[in-house]
Ligand binder design. Sequence first.
Ligand code: PHE
Length: 452
Amino acid sequence: MFRLEREGPLSAAPRERWNSRAGFVMAAVGSAVGLGNMWRFSYLAAEHGGAAFVVLYLGFTLIVGLPVLLAEFAVGRGAGRSPIPALEHFGGARWRWLGWLFVVTGFLILAYYGVIAGWTLRYALAGLGGFGANPGEFFAEVSTGGAAVAWQLGFMALTACVVVGGISKGIERVAVILMPALFVLLVFLALYAATLEGSSLGYRQYLNMNFAEIFDREVMVQAAGQAFFSLSLGMGAMLTFASYLDRGHDLKSESVIVAASDFGVAFLAGLVVFPLIFAFGLQADVSGSTVGALFITLPRAFAEMGAAGSVVGVLFFLGLAVGALTSAVSLLEVVVSSAIDGLGWSRVRATFVLAAVTAALGIPAALDLDWLGLMDQVAGNLFLVFGGLLLSLLVGWRMADPIGVASEGANSTAWFAAWRWLLRFVVPIILVLVLLGSLSATLELVATMGVG
Ligand code: PHE
């Protein structure tokens, strides 16, 4: 389909551009900040020894997340194209199929992510009338069936409305408003949570170090996987965003800002969730499933808080919905830009056709929680890590001059040699371990589903 020269940027039809550096950074932060760090992070931290998990997660963000993020930025900006032609540009024709894996992963993640995002919208609305005494029942009602499908479709329509506006007028404009708003909201919620009686128990659990947990292999694998998912790596979202950049940007500092913001928001979300859960003595309620804890345990806390709980709960779920929206936008942009580049479709056509296809793909997940869990495990865990592993091998070993490509626009090339070294040796080893863990978790899940 494409005949690509191997050196230099691809010259095709004029490509859309970000309006400003801050706009690009906000959009990338918007992709990273989502259900992953606002909820999955707190849950994992609660399950795995609080601060021990936080420290591990921070460590993996630095030695795995940051290098892969910079690699995606470099490939995207260097090629100036969507994932399939971009990977071919730097790796040769055989690497196209990694681009295909990215696109398939994008479809699958967005399909079930839209279902969960639909729940958050539904909860935000329902919370206006107060959170009921029986959140378990409410969740059962809301999470599957016709209602779940309707809210998922609504959320996908919202996502499409942002993406159809394009890079600077749609995605950037929305991110520049919503990301700072989300941050302010979380700070407010964290301050409020601090005023709750009994919140100190929550901080003690969150911030106290249980060193034994740090060396647990299972916890390490979870922390590394989380760092990866949370930064939206391994399926070309960051690569695609960077393909709309021009060459003046210092990609190293942009990566650092994005990774730091992503970690900061996750940490802040923990400062909201831990005190809330502990102040109402609901910690025993949390274990079990991530989803159950978010949509059943927390509403229980909101219900206990009375009228204030309604306000706090609505804001919390609204915040989740905002985070989910800016992440979903980046997922949809991967497939949309692929159709624009590869099939010559207009943005309008690509957005609506592909959003509809994704929404249809999500319907089984909206009808069956087991199916949703399986999609999350396979696409959100296995495929992401596999994609990220191959990408790090491409950039670390196969690309002719990764440092030259990545450091364009930077004042100096200091650190880039360390970056390449991490991509060559450290990142692949860790990702192989995570992949093995994820593979066995997937097989286990499939086995229990087959039995049930
Ligand atoms: N990073 C997002 C989150 O934390 C999820 C995501 C993964 C988004 C992969 C895009 C691509 O929720």
